[in-house]
Structure formats: C-alpha cells, structure tokens
Design a protein around this ligand. Sequence first.
Ligand code: ANZ
Length: 965
Amino acid sequence: MSETNSAASPAEGATAPHRYTAAMAAEIEPRWQDFWDAEGTYEAPNPTGELAGDPELAARPKKFIMDMFPYPSGAGLHVGHPLGYIATDVYARFQRMTGHNVLHTLGFDAFGLPAEQYAVQTGTHPRTSTEANMANMRSQLRRLGLGHDNRRSFATIDPEYYKWTQWIFLKIFNSWYDEEAGRARPIEELIAQFANGDRVAVEGRDWADLDARERAEVLGRYRLAYASDAPVNWAPGLGTVLANEEVTSEGRSERGNFPVFKAKLRQWNMRITAYADRLLDDLDGLDWPEAIKLQQRNWIGRSEGARVDFPFDGEHTGKAVTVFTTRQDTLFGATYMVLAPEHELVDEIVPAAWPDGTRESWTGGHATPAEAVEKYRAFAAGKSDVERQADAKEKTGVFTGAYAVNPVSGEHIPVFIADYVLMGYGTGAIMAVPAHDSRDFAFARAFDLPVRCVVEPTDGRSTDPLTWDDAFNAHDATLMASANAEVSLDGLDVTTAKARITGWLRERGIGEGTVNFRLRDWLFSRQRYWGEPFPIVYDEDGVAHALPESMLPLELPEVDDYSPRTFDPDDADTQPETPLSRNEDWVNVTLDLGDGPKKYRRETNTMPNWAGSCWYELRYLDPHNDQRLVDPETERYWMGPREGMPAGGVDLYIGGAEHAVLHLLYARFWSKVLFDLGYISSSEPFHKLYNQGMIQAYVYRDSRGIPVPAAEVEERDGTFWYQGEQVSRLLGKMGKSLKNAVTPDEICAEYGADTLRLYEMAMGPLDVSRPWDTRAVVGQYRLLQRLWRNVVDEATGEVSVVDVPEAEAGTDTLRALNKAVDGVTQDMAALRFNTAIAKVTELNNFLTKADRPVPRPVAEKLVLLIAPLAPHIAEELWRRLGHQDSVVHQELPVADPAYLVDETVTCVVQIKGKVKARLEVSPSVSEADLEQAALADERVQAALGGAGVRKVIVRAPKLVNIVPA
Ligand code: ANZ
C-alpha cells in the first residue's frame, strides 16, 4: 500500500525500507509479547511475596482491574468481544504508569450450558472441546498485547479451582443466617443453641430426643444451602431446571428459548433471600451505573405492607387465611378474596355443594365447587406466571363456595381462586379491593362483585364506583367510609391510615406490618454433566452429609454419555434425569465420614454455571494457594475496604450490562457469606462497575431476508449489491450467523494489534454502542505511521530525534506537549480513551507539521503517552530511543502548569492610524469579541472623547483600527 496523501512522507514505497507497516507490526508485536512473557512484565506483586521484601513497591497504592471473564465458545472471538478487554488493559497500563501496583489478569468461565451444548453438537467430550476453545481464545487474546499476569489465570473447570467452589458450597451449607445478629454464622453455633435450650428446634421436644433424620430436617430450614421440594422452573426441552433469573419475561428459558413449566421437584437452593435487605442497602455504597442498581433493586423488590388474617365463615370457623397487602388502609373496601389456585387451604374450604344463592357466573358451569376448582386448576397450570399476570383486563376464576369475614367491616365476602394471584408471592392470597386496584376492579366487573370506594378520588370523579371505568389507585388522597365502632380511618391520609390500621390489627393479634420481597431463593442444582459436582452424599436414610474438606476436589467422573436427557419441550409431565446418575460406580460409594465405613449415594446434580463466577475475583489474588481460598493479608491488600469504598472490592470491573441480576447478584451474595464467616474483609466483590457499549455491525440481507456475507457486499452510490442483486442494510449485532463477523486476527494481520487497539478505543465513548467500519481502521494506522516517522528515519532506520534539552524545544512545542500530557492523563483516569487518542493525535500532528527533527525529550514523552494505548510500537520506539527498561513501568509524564495557560498575542488598537492601546488577547479571539474589547478599553474611550464611531476595521487577532464619526 502506498500513501499518496501524506504531506510528511519523505520517502515512498521501496525508498522507505524502515517505514511502519503491517509487516513491521507483525515483526515487532510478537517479539515484544515474547519479551513481556519472558520478563514477567505484568506480574503483580503480592504482600506475602514480592511486596514483603520491597518497601518502595509495598508503599504504592494498588489497583485491581478486572474484566468479566469469557466463556470459551467454539466460535472464537470477533472484534466486538475484546472491546472491554482492551479498555481495561489501557486503564491498567495507565495505572501502572501512575505509580500503582496493578493486578490484571483473565481467566475462563468454562463450565455450563453453552460449553456443554457445543460439546454435544460437535460430539466431543466437553473438556476436550472447552480446552481447545480456550487455547484458541488465548492465542487470539495474546495477539492483542493484553498485559495480563498469566500466572494468575485459570479456568473454572480446573479441579484446583473448583475444589474451592465446592469448599465454599460446604461453608454455605454449614451456615445459617442469624436474624438477630444480621449475619451468617456456622451451623454448629445453631446446634449448640438447640442443644442447650436457648432456641427451640421442635415445639415440645428436646434436641437430644430428635433422631438424625429429624435433626437434618430442622437444620435444613436454617442452612444457607438446602434441598427442598418446591415448585421449580422445569424446561423439558433443555432437560434441566432453571433459576428464576434464567427465565425470560415471556416465561421461556433464556438459553434455547424453550417453554418453562412449574414442577415440584427436590432441588438445591441458596438462601439468598436472607440477604435481601443487605443486598439492597449496600448498593448505595457502590460506584455502579444507576441503571444496574435499579435493576437489582427491582429484582429484589422490597414492598412494605401488612399481613392480615381473614377468618373463614360457617363450617370452617376457626380457620383463617393470611393475605399480604401493601394497601392495608383500604381494608374496609375489601369485598371479596382470592387465593392462588395452588393455595394449600383451597381443598380444606371447598364445601360439598354450592351455597344457596350462588350465582351461575361464579361456578364456571360446574355442578360442585370441587369440580370447578379441579377444572380451573388444570386450566391455570398450563399458563406461566408471566401469562397469568398479563392480559390485565381479561380476568378468570371460580368461586370456592366458601366465605370469609372482613375483620373490620364484619362483612361476609366470597372467596375465589383466580390465576392472577400467584402462589410464589406474598402469602399466595389477597384481599380484593376493586375500587382501588385495577386487577380487582376488572375481576369484580366480570363477576359482578360489589365495589366500595374508601379513598376519596382526587381526579374529579364521583365517589360512586358504578360510574367508573377503572379503579382509583392514587396514594396522595384521603380515606372515607372506613369506620367501625372501634377504629376510624376517615379523613386520614393513606400513610397515616396504614399506620393506624396496622396498629389496630396488631393489638388484636390478627395482623402485623411486614416487608415482602420479590426475590426468591436461588435454585442451585442443574441436571447437567458439565458443572461442579456437589460435595454431598446421602446415607441410607436419605440424610445429606457434607464431604470433609480432605475429600475435595470431588472430581467429575469420566463418563461415556455426558448428554443431558431432553424431552419434548411442551411436555410438562416429564421428569429431569441427571447424567451423573447413570454412572452407578461413581454414585455408590463406601466412605468413612468419622463413624466407620458406610454406604452412601452421591448427589448427582451439578452446580449451575454461575457458581464458578461467584468468587473468581478472590482466586485471582492467590491462585496457587492449596491451603486456603485466599490468603487473608493478600485479600485485604487487593480488595479490603478503603476510603471511599467502605465495603472494599475490585477497583474497576468492566463488562456487559446483561448481567445485572444474575452473576452480579449471586457474586454479591457469596461475598457477603464469606465476609460474615470471616474468610474475607470485603463484603462487596466489585466496587466500581462499568458497562461497555456494544460493537455493532451492518447486516446485509437479500430479498428473502437472508443475511449475505458482509465482506462481499459492494456499495454503489449509497446502494448495496451482492452478486448482482441489490441487498438491504441495517445496523445490528455482529456474529457468525449474520455473516458480518470481523475477527481480530484479520485486522491484526492487515494492520497490527496496536492499530486495532487504537481503533476500538477511538470509535467513541466506551459506554456507547458503535458500528464497526473496517474502512475506518486505516486512520489509526496512519497515526502510528506518523508517530514512527517522528522518531525514526524511514530511509535509514536511525532515530531521527535531536538531542536538545526540553527547555529548548520552543514554547509552541512545549505548549502542545503539555496540553496533550494534561488532557491525556485526565481522560485516561476517566476512561475517556477516545478523547485521549484525539489529544495524542493532535500532538503528533503538530510535530509532523513542524517539519523539523523532534527534540528527544518531546519524542520520549509522546511515546510514553501512547504506550497504554499502543504498547508494542511504544516499547519498540522506547528501546530505539536508547532505553533498556520496558516502557510498561515508566512514569507517565506530568504536565508543567506553566505551559497550560493559554498563550496570548498583542493586539494594537489604532484611532485614525495612531496607536492608542495594546491588548493581550487569545490568538483565536473572534472579530466581534476583539472589537468589543477594543471599544471598551479606557484609553480608547478617553481618546475618542465621546465622539461616536463611524467604522471599525478588525484584523483579528493583531489589529483594530477605529474611525471616529
Ligand atoms: C389489597 C390492595 C388494595 C392491594 C389496593 C393493592 C391495591 P407489590 O407492590 O408488588 O408488593 N398481591 C399480594 N400478593 C399477591 C399475589 N400472590 N399475587 C398477585 N397479587 C398479589 O404488590 C402487592 C399487592 O399485590 C398487594 O396489595 C395485593 O393487592 C397484591 F388498592 O392488597 B393489594
């Protein structure tokens, strides 16, 4: 390629044998990558290691900079993937050059469904395919010159790593949440409380009298990891159960988009709900994007309200159902009740026959309440929770035949079952207040139930609900028609009324204020092969026992058939089968767990793919420690609380915004448990979180809408053509299936990694999505060519700088230099790499235009400034400038404030050609501003002596000539 448009190109093509080209980059880049590896350039010192013997090093502040680690997918990387990795790398390099000890590395999140499905598709063992994928990604990443401490890299599938994942599981299993202390404690401390009678395990029985099974049952209600029979999300098409976080808002599996059904199955759970308040409160201290904090807050979903007991009427006197409401103030307006169809009380309250006067429309056309309930349950079971909450106006349900009593009005109100009430929220039962809740309003209209207004409308409508189209649900209003002989809410505002009625209910023992969370416990078992085995075995009575630490890691057995058993995606009546259960030799074991050899069966579920990423930041700190999860001093040094980060954590964590409630919530939860148990000093894993934007790409489609290879599309006057056919163009995702993937390897081959790095960082602000444009990459390549030319003679290969002291570089040059130093430093600290590049470019262009040899001190500072962005060329130029040490650990230049003040020029002000004043003005002053400044000057005013002005001639910035009237 020859450059014809370059003004400062002293030599062309063959006459410039030492020009910076792709070929030269291909020689320089791997050479320095090898050098960095050999020298351990990016190895971060630990307090128990290198830091201990080096007070100077130990005195430096630290920065722990992390990426969300990748899945080693079979498709390899496209140019969109490394955007975040390059950004953290530039930032890490910047921090190294500003006096920090930097920890920066990258591992692989290699267990889980994607890796397993890929293995199943390609018919290879997941370990084989995963390892091949990792090797491929490692080499793709290495090519980018990322400064990782490779000693600290690992994959979650390494037995030395998952040994500790299993160890943490055991710690969680062996802990309980002490509500009073507000923290997790070892389960032995709970057992001690039971044993000495401080706490009652089972009403009326001594702990000592309980058998092993009963004790296990009691403890299971406290353990932070526990197995339970509960309705879980079952995806027959995937062959596994899923956590709520893995189910989309359409009620399908996030992975594979299969239907998800509720099925009652015995599964492992993590009691994340015990931490709901702390997970919510501690968000305030984190430096995270507000949008992500909001998503977590909504997911945790704290609602303040009350539980109220409604006694059943008639033959069920003595029984009551508890509802959860956030509007206890509207209790006088509750005219019917609804239980979730699955509610356990339903079967107990259903009478043999419809009570007298039951309306036809309430029965669903069925002869008995029992039949109506059964039919309606079958109907509701076919819907997902999401479908049940959708179609706001279309309400279905049936009468149970039972009545309850409104505890404040004494009114007898009918009890329905309806699918708009979910079993998994609150108590699974509601009091319905149709006047003030839209769902209840719609239901009341459909079933012809009374609607009673108890909150005075503020929007001009009357208090007669018969005239309404919808409920009145504003909160800034006043109560009415809400009094009985003992309590009146009339005239109170909603907040005061809530407090008043809650107090009244509490005094009578029929209700209390309560907080309800949307968050559910985390379903923690999967029916897969490719995950961490649970370190749990069952004895002959089915009691679960933890394996002792000495038996960790419990390695995955080698099996012939690792595929999950999948089913017809729509067949809800199927049952999951764990691949590990097929391996009887592994499942049945004889172990001595302290009371002699006994037979046990192993747990055959595996952990979800989120387990390994719940704590990996901790292992980066101390990856080879085989005695502990992490050395405490090392953890405190890199992650401990500090000024401005009260909970501690990683200094910068960059990744995609899609992980708001999965990984980021689970990792916070594990940190808090480990913190409570005293294993770590940081109670939050990630202090600062930053979401990078996406690299998008044009998708070209033919007339049938099928993507065509983007690289082969031609542009003709704004239209796009592929093999003679016109195609459409739209901006979308980049990927193999859209035939528009560009790989980093291609760009590295064509221009070099430094160009790719610069291009990705220059495309726009880091948090904004941007379209990839291969044709624009060359712009950054030219920047590097001009940089090279400012330091090296292209004809001879000799360094072309002049050896003069910096002070003799000339004021203009020093201004340009110091402005760049100042701006780049500030930009890099704020992750504004695009504007940092603009400033480096400006300085480089200034030196190019000056068209004389660059003073050595200026060239050196320029090289240092660009080093975080383009480390290979910087290392090469630094060496050629005569330095033996790597550029990586040099100090970034500091701007001299003397050169940051804007320069001025002297402007002469004349009246009728005679100089009357001199003004110091900016060289870029506008004509209008200059005219105004000249006319406002006292000396000019005095010289004019009140005479008007006929004409002003301005030649900015040097001259103003005034012609008086
Ligand atoms: C009476 C009432 C009157 C209500 C009113 C609202 C307005 P959030 O804010 O999401 O917590 N609810 C309670 N449990 C439910 C369940 N299992 N399925 C469906 N709905 C349920 O919502 C709490 C409100 O949602 C509760 O307050 C209850 O209806 C309903 F003017 O009680 B409310």
